[in-house]
Write a protein that binds this ligand. Structure first.
Ligand SMILES: CCCCCc1ccc(-c2ccc(S(=O)(=O)CCO)cc2)cc1/C=C\c1ccccn1
Length: 240
């Protein structure tokens, strides 16, 4: 297929993000601290600052019963569902439909006092990857979101401070085949979700405010998003 202008960046970043997501917390080196836990969901962060700005990398691992990796990535990638689960979203525009697996978004997020309001422009790419660890296992699905420029929407022109982010959602489906060879139902599947994100908040925001936002918002986001996918898929056929 004809390559589009972002393809080299996307291909390089997807491979890099997938490799990092597949590393466990242990071999990611030290420095990861568990900051939130809720059942199967574990959230880690590393305290990092660039030019005095908090850019704490975040890594969340969650295991959810009854949904597949394709379903999780489908509801995360597709713009038509985003207002249903992204609570901090004020406005979302699809700036470009590059291909059926690559979109460019402009999003403004609700202002979080006392920081000024933020916006973000990013490409978003969904991809199925062969499961090279377990050849006949279900494929791995991933969505990578990465900030990009938009000449029509230059940074820091209006009221919003432009943030810069790299996000990788990586989903590994697990099937526990029923003993009696019965057809596979939602009770026989689960999904291991790894969500990695690095957000540079752009202009200055108090470290204490940023860390409080992330500590409150990330666990809420992942719980709300996975509950949304469970609810959207419960009466639908499995998507592998
Ligand atoms: C002072 C506040 C600065 C932070 C504001 C902010 C920045 C970025 C983002 C954000 C988080 C996840 C994505 S995504 O994973 O690509 C999914 C598509 O929306 C895109 C944007 C949000 C928020 C604001 C709140 C906030 C922070 C975490 C988690 C959730 N909300």
């Amino acid at each position: 297929a004809l390559q589009h202008r972002l393809w080299p960046d996307i291909d390089r970043l997807v491979k890099q993000q997938v490799a990092m997501s597949r590393m466990g917390i242990g071999d990611c080196g030290t420095g990861w601290q568990l900051f939130a836990e809720d059942g199967e969901m574990k959230m880690y962060r590393r305290e990092e600052e660039i030019d005095g700005m908090v850019v704490d990398p975040l890594k969340a691992v969650h295991i959810v019963k009854g949904i597949t990796g394709h379903e999780v990535c489908h509801y995360f990638f597709n713009p038509k569902y985003r207002y249903d689960w992204e609570t901090t979203l004020e406005h979302m525009t699809v700036l470009e439909n590059i291909s059926d697996d690559t979109l460019v978004f402009l999003q403004t997020h609700k202002r979080i006092w006392p920081a000024s309001q933020r916006d973000v422009v990013f490409w978003s790419h969904i991809r199925k990857l062969p499961n090279d660890q377990d050849r006949d296992g279900p494929d791995i699905w991933t969505v990578v979101n990465n900030s990009t420029e938009s000449p029509e929407h230059p940074a820091n022109v209006g009221k919003c401070v432009r943030i810069y982010l790299t996000v990788c959602l990586l989903c590994q489906t697990r099937v526990h085949p029923p003993k009696d060879g019965a057809p596979i139902t939602r009770d026989d599947v689960s999904c291991k979700i790894t969500y990695c994100s690095v957000v540079n908040p752009g202009g200055w925001a108090p470290a204490s405010v940023l860390r409080a936002v992330y500590k409150r918002e990330y666990p809420k986001f992942l719980k709300r998003f996975t509950a949304y996918v469970i609810n959207q898929t419960k009466n639908k056929p499995l998507m592998f």
